[in-house]
Design a protein around this ligand. Structure first.
Ligand SMILES: Nc1ncnc2c1ncn2[C@@H]1O[C@H](COP(=O)(O)OP(=O)(O)OP(=O)(O)O)[C@@H](O)[C@H]1O
Ligand SMILES: [Mg+2]
Length: 384
């Protein structure tokens, strides 16, 4: 069983690349489910079919579904939902606002994760491909399994406090069945999913990006946070690459700009393998077009394989009370090293190439104290 998650900034081509990967896997003979957890769905458009939360066989071995988290909350979590909205209304919120607020932070993420867990455990598929929402939301989703235990305890705590202080007032709003009994069960699922997500033989994370400045920064943020959560990035897919040259001056300017950023991507993501997909002149919709795109990206490689499985590319540890950021840079001989910080970006000039990474929040605003290079790892110490 494999789980493949595609991440990246909005609009870079996550849905297109996920659907393309799933189509290629299915046509190689493995049973694959592609699942969209994004509230703004476009998977149905990419595949040219209507989708629902029930998996639909689009073609042989290729199943697709769209999870509508908000409907799911309203339908299946309605007790919890109406319980919270009644508390909020009691506190003075009007009905519409109370309903909106009753979708607690983390709820959507938790439901998306449960769908991934369910599909992975169902035994129905060899591969589950997840087309996720843009980075910010998905990073919260991925940090969730770890914090879920804390989260469910907090809800449980709130529940018992509410009963203690306001029982007479709340009694008429109380859910008939105790939904809180479900929390420990969900907690177990989250723990299981967390183990699956951290197992590099099961789960692979891939970032989709375009050769553009802001998009690259977002992709680097993905890499940083995946490393922090202990998840593995096994490929970067550069989508919407222009042809190598053009007789049109305007287009040539764009090509030159892309060439500069393609170099940046190579430096920043090394040693993670980088795949490319050209900007297509036609819309990449329908399984046949998606399959063509997958051939362009992966050629002979099996898209469901683990494409890179080495050491972690970055680690952050506290050593003797100080944060040490360690970057894995195999095959790099460091003769000249310069480290600079610009905002939340760490710029590392090694010999003649520049690598940059986005700092996790905990390091932003700190100065570097020193750097050393030991057995392929560049270790940077930050001041307190
Ligand atoms: N290689 C390509 N060539 C041409 N058009 C592309 C290519 N890849 C994606 N597109 C188009 O770009 C648009 C955005 O792609 P897509 O929906 O896959 O991105 P996304 O990252 O999933 O976006 P969102 O963050 O909104 O979910 C779509 O209209 C899609 O058809
Ligand atoms: Mg999308």
């Amino acid at each position: 069983m494999r789980i493949i998650l595609y991440l990246g900034k909005g609009g870079v081509g996550k849905t297109t690349v996920s659907a393309s990967t799933a189509t290629a896997i299915a046509r190689r003979g493995e049973r694959v489910l592609i699942m969209s957890t994004d509230v703004a769905h476009s998977l149905a458009d990419a595949l040219g079919v209507e989708l629902s939360p029930t998996p639909l066989e689009v073609e042989q071995n290729l199943f697709a579904m769209e999870v509508n988290v908000l409907t799911e909350i309203r339908e299946n979590w309605s007790e919890l939902y109406s319980y919270f909205s009644s508390i909020l209304m009691h506190d003075g919120a009007n009905e519409v606002v109370a309903e909106e607020l009753a979708i607690m932070p983390g709820m959507e993420e938790m439901i998306s994760l449960r769908y991934i867990w369910k599909a992975a455990k169902s035994g129905n598929y060899d591969v589950v491909v997840v087309d996720a929402a843009p980075t910010g939301e998905t990073m919260r989703l991925l940090g969730m399994p770890e914090s879920y235990g804390w989260y469910s305890e907090k809800i449980g705590g709130w529940h018992s406090k509410a009963i203690g202080f306001a029982a007479p007032l709340l009694s008429k709003f109380m859910p008939k069945k105790n939904i809180f009994k479900l929390m420990p069960e969900v907690n177990e699922h989250m723990k299981e999913l967390h183990t699956m997500l951290q197992d590099k033989n099961i789960t692979t994370f891939r970032v989709v990006l375009n050769p553009e400045n802001m998009v690259i920064k977002e992709a680097l943020r993905v890499q940083t946070y995946l490393n922090l959560f202990g998840y593995k990035l096994d490929a970067a897919i550069v989508n919407k690459v222009l042809p190598e040259s053009s007789s049109d001056q305007y287009l040539q300017c764009l090509i030159d700009l892309q060439a500069k950023y393609l170099k940046v991507i190579e430096n920043c993501f090394f040693p993670v393998p980088i795949f490319r997909a050209k900007q297509s002149t036609a819309e990449v919709i329908t399984p046949d077009r998606l399959y063509e795109l997958s051939q362009e990206i992966f050629a002979d490689q099996n898209p469901s394989a683990v494409l890179y499985s080495n050491e972690k590319t970055q680690t952050l540890e506290k050593i003797n009370g100080k944060y040490v950021l360690s970057l894995y840079l195999p095959n790099v001989e460091v003769t000249k090293l310069n480290v600079n910080i610009k905002g939340d970006e760490l710029l590392i000039d090694i010999n003649n190439f520049r690598k940059s990474i986005i700092l996790p929040n905990v390091l932003v605003g700190r100065k570097t104290e020193g750097a050393d290079f030991v057995s392929g790892n560049l270790n940077i110490t930050f001041a307190n």
